[in-house]
Design a protein around this ligand. Sequence first.
Ligand code: ZN
Ligand code: ZN
Length: 253
Amino acid sequence: MRITFLGTGTSQGIPIIGSKHPVCLSDNSKDKRLRVSVLIEWDDYAFVVDCGPDFRQQMLRAKVSKIDGIIFTHEHADHTMGLDDIRPFFFRQGDIPLYAHKRVFAALEKRFDYIFTTGKKYPGVPSVTKQEIINSPFRVGNIDVTPIDGLHYKLQVFGFRFKDFAYLTDMKTIEDEEIEKLRGLDVLVVNALREEPHISHFNLEEALEFISRVKPKRAYLTHISHLLGFHEDVQQKLPDNVFLAYDNLQITI
Ligand SMILES: [Zn+2]
Ligand SMILES: [Zn+2]
């Protein structure tokens, strides 16, 4: 299984438009972060988790020519607003499978009514198939994916376990029984926004505490704010098996 970090930034991305913050002005490519998303590939399958406003650029950058589906964590704009750019995939492949909680589909249907309409569509509008996720394993390609249920302040959010890889973002609260689903991981990806506490995201300390409870072999931090600091400085402060993810990073499991 190969994981490509398509984006590792928080909702505004890094740099933030117009910002003079030193991290936003950094020349290090690892300090440039598109909105958060990952590409997960195994056998001949390619699935994307979330589809934010940078989706087009991310698909071009990672040279993705086919996707088997998009799996949504939740409906926030930084995770969904690239949906229109499934068009090239739709033209080549036909309807694109989407996997999401029914509340997330309701939000997508409002924002992208022209995609979901059952009436006559304007020429060129893409089509999708909908697979609602509840908190129990579901099939993607030839494997079962286990949802991990959590809270993002008061909003329900899903993380996902694919074999021994788990991807959790925009989490703030996770019940013990959900943590049990994360035993024996090779790689855990989890959100760590910044050092200061935040109402709806793990800060760095909470993310590290979570990692030490889950005990994966390795962990990667994502959904990063410019306020966390320069990539190289933050990496030096982390435990040996914890890494700050960065855009274009690929790992194999
Ligand atoms: Zn987010
Ligand atoms: Zn969010």
